[in-house]
Ligand binder design. Structure first.
Ligand code: NOJ
Length: 743
């Protein structure tokens, strides 16, 4: 993608400071508070008329509006009628595409290819910016180890190293090489921090994380975003160790600015400043505004608490004007860097030109292909033959645009997705592909967003009689086919915000339908569309071929057909552990050892009603070819503290077709100041190999990889201790060498 349209020079730091100071000099206290205020532009959100607030200089940013014309109308009011004529930042959740929809972030992490995420967010930024948006609320960087938590779909899964790589890639994609690059937007690293560790996987519930785990596991993607130059941060909703993240000085000031040197601004999550009262932290709105601002939170998203109380807090001497001004400067600096003063408006014809680009669809299709994970392929059922003439596509998600696009398609996006049925039909021209959806699936408790937003996913619920008729029709349709593709999983509204589940089973009657279809004795391929790991234990034993397609985006149906018919060889790997049951959550590979490891002779059971092991381990995924990994070597068997070694392994494509392998390196520190996880990913590389081809993959292990934040030391340390190193194709890798770190 070219950035040739660069018409204005990126200002230097000194120029930014000078321009911000010139603006500060002419702003009243009320206008300064206005810059710290983000208002809702959505019709569903009650509040004062946005145009009037903007005219008075009462808003720095508008969210939940997705209308280019309206952006220009409001911007004109800001730059021509408001007292200091400061342009607005328009913000929206552009999470995995704007019009061209990419796989959900959990899927993109399954590619183990950061360039997939970078290119996706480059396209997303280009389309969003053409629509008039300046700022996206992404990437979402919360490590999630509990599949019940609905928002697991929005992040990169359970691992800090994979998460950090995906974080930096997404920031680069959204923002381009620097803030203010044409056709790019400001990114927002969210939700700082710990949100993914909600008690019980219940969205918004409190989080308790010791500092060692915060620093070793939950912070790395956020720090990677800072290093990649992310312009903004969003505070998380929940209590972290009894201090709400939006009033948490440790997070927002000590770590983010003090330790990491973040120079951008922090916005709260929606309503989070006002919610400090509901959370039993702030006494009232005034106290909430005081404590959020003092903690380091610059902009109030939609709660109206800053505009109501901040000026008064300064006037009565409780807050220093300088504290407010620091926050204002950070916001103005981003507006200057983004070139908003030079180009506040958007060409209303631009979006139509940009979204029509075939290269965007091509990128989305490629991203979807690279994101899919082959979970099972008994008897090499896949790839299917091109000469099939009698195929049935069965399941409630087979022709569902919503499930194909996935979560976060709200706020008036109008994509058109290629469903699995359409993708297969396009792949088999001239063949009459049969289709039956079977019984519908829906949430037991409807989604808040479906009720609130346009384009609701939730349709009228089938009666039991209608569901039974649909069930029978699906079996009858399958009965007449030679090969059956079942498309099962979750609706888009079953994962995402406020979409946690107590069960990880296939919702509704899907497993019952799957069993009935498999009982017909024909070849069955299961394609999963879902936003979280599912406990598909029966399928894992009884369905010969299973493709985890996640929520693959607007080109998803084509990408699935590309894989099912062998045009593309799947190479994705799981970025999360699949537990056998929801009650095993949180289940993740990087646990500390217990005194009775599962492979010890004394080991009995963790649960007496079933194995504790994952259904599918972290890092797992198959291919249409086979690989062997061998010849693991370290450049030295000993390394001094602070030094580095290179570890290499040979990967061979031992099958008969070209394919991708994701080679993964794990370490275990055997003793030390603290106990360390039984395995930790420290390097990975996705490679393409022709049949018979061998490649040597190098990994570097130095103080960053071999060090950690120690509870006992209360700081970052590296211990002179012995390490296990494994390299392999998933987190159960067995190829092993030892390394000694010495003084
Ligand atoms: C609430 C969500 O938690 C956050 O991720 C999102 O960016 C904001 N709402 C704005 O829509």
């Amino acid at each position: 993608m070219n950035n040739k349209m660069n018409t204005q020079a990126i200002p230097t730091e000194a120029e930014v400071v000078a321009r911000v100071e010139a603006l500060m000099g002419r702003m009243s206290l009320e206008e300064k508070v206005g810059q710290l205020t983000q208002i809702a532009g959505a019709p569903f959100f009650p509040g004062p008329e946005p145009a009037e607030v903007i005219r008075q200089g009462g808003a720095g940013s508008v969210l939940w509006l997705n209308d280019t014309q309206q952006f220009n109308v409001l911007q004109k009011i800001a730059v021509e009628e408001s007292p200091s004529k400061i342009p607005l930042l328009f913000a929206l959740d552009v999470i995995h595409g704007y019009r061209t929809i990419f796989p959900v972030p959990l899927a993109m992490a399954s590619s183990w290819d950061p360039s997939v995420a970078e290119r996706a967010q480059t396209v997303a930024a280009r389309e969003a910016r053409a629509a008039g948006l300046h700022w996206t609320f992404g990437p979402m960087l919360d490590i999630a180890r509990d599949a019940r938590w609905g928002r697991i779909v929005e992040g990169a899964g359970e691992d800090p190293v994979l998460g950090a790589a995906m974080a930096a890639a997404q920031v680069r994609g959204f923002q381009g090489p620097s803030l203010g690059t044409p056709e790019h937007v400001v990114a927002c690293a969210k939700h700082f921090a710990g949100y993914g560790a909600a008690d019980g996987g219940r969205d918004y519930d409190p989080v308790y994380l010791p500092e060692s785990r915060l620093r070793n596991v939950y912070f790395p993607p956020f720090q990677a975003a800072v290093k990649a130059g992310v312009g903004t941060f969003m505070s998380a909703y929940m209590d972290l160790n009894d201090v709400p993240a939006s009033g948490n000085r440790f997070l927002l000031s000590d770590v983010l600015r003090g330790e990491w040197g973040f120079k951008g601004f922090v916005v709260s999550d929606a309503m989070a400043v006002g919610n400090l009262v509901i959370e039993g932290f702030a006494r009232d709105g005034r106290d909430a505004a005081l404590r959020a601002l003092s903690a380091g939170l610059d902009m109030d998203m939609a709660s109206g608490t800053y505009p109501q109380y901040l000026a008064g807090l300064v006037e009565d001497g409780t807050l220093k004007l300088a504290d407010i001004e620091t926050a204002v400067r950070r916001i103005l600096a981003i507006k200057v860097r983004m070139g908003l003063f030079e180009q506040p408006y958007t060409d209303e014809a631009k979006l139509a030109q940009v979204v029509a680009l075939p290269e965007h669809c091509q990128e989305a299709r490629l991203a979807a292909q690279r994101s899919m994970v082959l979970l099972r392929n008994e008897g090499r059922l896949l790839p299917l033959s091109n000469s099939l003439t009698n195929v049935a596509v069965i399941g409630p998600l087979a022709d569902s645009m919503e499930a194909t696009e996935g979560s976060w398609m709200v706020f008036g996006h109008t994509p058109a997705a290629v469903t699995v049925l359409e993708g297969i039909r396009a792949r088999l021209p001239g063949v009459k592909v049969k289709y039956a959806p079977g019984p519908e699936i829906c949430r037991d408790i409807p989604s808040l967003f479906d009720e609130m937003m346009p384009g609701s996913n939730e349709k009228a619920v089938q009666t039991p009689e209608q569901a039974e008729a649909a069930f029978q029709e699906a079996i009858a349709t399958a009965h007449t086919a030679d090969v059956i593709v079942m498309v099962l999983g979750e609706n888009a509204n079953m994962a995402g915000e406020a979409a946690s589940r107590a069960s990880l089973d296939l919702p509704g009657r899907q497993e019952e339908l799957l069993k009935a279809v498999v009982a017909l004795g024909k070849p069955v391929v299961l394609v999963l569309l879902n936003g979280r790991p599912l406990s598909i234990n029966w399928a894992a034993e009884n369905v010969p071929a299973i493709l985890e397609a996640w929520e693959p985006g607007s080109e998803g149906g084509h990408a699935i057909a590309d894989i099912l018919f062998g045009d593309v060889n799947p190479g994705g790997k799981l970025p999360v552990t699949f537990p056998r049951k929801a009650s095993h959550a949180p289940l993740y590979y990087a646990r500390d050892l217990s005194h009775q490891p599962e492979d010890s002779p004394m080991y009995r059971s963790r649960y007496w009603d079933g194995p504790t092991t994952p259904l599918y381990p972290f890092g797992y995924g198959l291919s249409y070819t086979t690989f062997s990994i061998s010849n693991l070597k370290a450049s030295a068997s000993q390394v001094k503290l602070g030094g580095s070694v290179t570890v290499t392994a040979d990967v061979t494509n031992t099958g008969s077709v070209a394919g991708d392998e994701v080679v993964q390196l794990y370490i275990h520190q055997k003793a030390g100041r603290d106990s360390r996880p039984m395995r930790e990913l420290k390097g990975f590389e996705r490679l393409t190999l022709q049949p018979g081809e061998v490649k040597t993959v190098p990994f570097s292990l130095g103080p960053t990889e071999l060090g950690y934040w120690s509870t006992n030391a209360g700081k970052w340390v590296q211990d002179a201790e012995a390490f296990d190193i494994w390299v392999g194709a998933d987190s159960l890798a067995t190829l092993h060498v030892e390394l000694a770190v010495t003084r």
